[in-house]
Design a protein around this ligand. Structure first.
Ligand code: TRP
Length: 449
């Protein structure tokens, strides 16, 4: 029998749990920092409204109708077309993302342990940068923390939909909301915080016009919301008939964006108040912030809570990414959930080993000139996710019989329904394909400066 969410609230919180993760805290802050703050935020909001909401609606609608797992869902809507295989792109992609996501989640977990034991506040020889560099270059430690996070995600997913995934999100998501609001309130009260607020909200028009910004915004939006990797197709498969598609999509996207902004309001004011560099890049969370926490009144408590937030948010996203291949393997091979979790989780853990070792043993191997983890992340965000989003838009806009789409999306006769379907049919494919073409035709890769 098909599993189902216990309640509508539980389902929406699980969706938010998937969306809110490292992307909102670790990635949003540094990508916005590198792209001029407020300028980036503006483009980001436009992309979220024009593409993010329609794509989540489409994914949930495909899953709610098709059920079971992503492969089955796509196949059941286009049984005789080559598009019936489209679900596999998301299934493979979710596994790929999880493989390196677990590594960063492991870093966060290690920082929780360091903070709780008090060792985070003993400045390492050579400073925080050297300390962090030594940790990620270690041949063993990053693997152990990555393995611990994978094990935690596997235990949750093994518990099933209502008793595992939903229950964890019901507890963690309200807690995370409280924590991030509390952290922002504290950061905003610091003298000098205004610079951080201005950085996040005041648009720098020169930066808006830089060619890479739109692609960075699109990649960040898709990553942060969690679009294209069949997470919402899979989660949609467990919806009850009375759970609404459009409203759930809207709540998930608004919550994700709100969370990123509030997290930005926790991070940038603190960075500015303490004279840090907002454009420090991926190490912002792990090198810059510990320095700031150390110098800040009450920073030890705030810092511990921050890393707890980071690790917990990462866990609920990992769970969603893991459920995609687990559901597919479970149904396709007709095996038990626990067996599917062990097989898929084990394979994804192994696949993430190169990313974990990419700063030490495998430092000689680079992708796009970056360490393995950052190179794969850039390929995923700027190529795979746009491609997957394009696939969902074309599938829902053109392959699903035209007369059925509004009913599937539960948009018949609703204000804005026609506009939303128009975005999926025309705007999303043209915009995404255009941006990807520009990229492939040799424009500098976003992120290259
Ligand atoms: N959205 C999560 C984050 O912001 C990561 C994530 C979960 C994701 N599911 C996804 C990214 C699906 C891409 C696709 O950290």
């Amino acid at each position: 029998m098909r599993e189902q969410w216990g309640s509508g609230l539980g389902f929406v919180l699980a969706g938010i749990g998937s969306a809110v993760g490292l992307g909102n805290i670790w990635r949003f802050a540094y990508v916005a920092g590198e792209n001029g703050g407020g300028a980036f935020l503006l483009v980001y909001l436009l992309v979220v409204a024009a593409l993010g909401v329609p794509l989540v609606v489409a994914e949930l609608a495909i899953g709610k109708r098709g059920g079971a797992d992503a492969a089955t869902a796509f196949a059941s809507l286009a049984p005789r077309s080559p598009w019936r295989h489209a679900g596999w792109l998301g299934i493979a992609g979710a596994g790929l993302i999880l493989s390196y996501y677990a590594v960063i989640a492991g870093w966060a977990l290690r920082f929780v342990a360091l903070a709780l034991s008090g060792r985070l506040w003993e400045v390492p020889a050579g400073g925080f940068a050297a300390g962090f560099g030594a940790f990620i270059a270690d041949p063993l430690a990053p693997l152990l923390w990555q393995g611990a996070m994978m094990l935690a995600a596997m235990l949750v997913v093994a518990g099933g939909i209502a008793r595992g995934i939903e229950r964890v999100n019901l507890w963690l998501m309200p807690l995370l909301a409280l924590i991030v609001v509390g952290l922002a309130a504290y950061a905003l009260s610091l003298p000098g915080a205004a610079g951080g607020v201005a950085f996040l909200f005041r648009p720098d028009w020169a930066a808006v016009l830089r060619p890479g910004v739109i692609m960075d915004a699109l990649g960040q939006a898709f990553f942060s919301i969690g679009i294209g990797m069949a997470v919402y197709v899979t989660y949609g498969g467990y919806m009850r008939p009375e759970h609404p598609v459009p409203l759930s999509a809207l709540i998930i996207v608004v919550a994700d964006t709100g969370f990123a902004i509030v997290a930005g309001l926790a991070i940038f004011p603190a960075v500015f108040a303490m004279g840090g560099d907002p454009a420090a890049g991926p190490e912002l969370a792990f090198i810059t912030l510990p320095q700031i926490f150390l110098a800040m009144p009450g920073g030890r408590v705030v810092g511990s809570v921050f890393f707890l937030l980071l690790a917990a948010a990462a866990l609920t996203s990992m769970v969603s990414l893991l459920e995609v291949p687990v559901a597919a393997v479970m149904h396709r091979w007709r095996i038990q959930r626990t067996a599917a979790v062990a097989l898929t989780g084990g394979a994804i853990l192994l696949a993430g080993v190169p990313a974990a070792l990419g700063y030490g043993v495998l430092a000689g191997v680079t992708i796009l000139g970056a360490p393995i983890l950052e190179g794969v992340d850039r390929l995923v965000s700027n190529l795979l996710l746009p491609l997957a989003g394009l696939t969902v838009a074309v599938f829902f806009g053109w392959i699903v019989p035209r007369g059925e789409a509004p009913a599937l999306a539960e948009l018949e006769g609703r204000p804005g329904g026609a506009a939303l379907l128009w975005m999926l049919r025309y705007l999303a494919p043209l915009l995404i394909a255009g941006l990807m073409l520009r990229l492939l035709l040799g424009a500098p890769l976003p992120g290259d400066g």
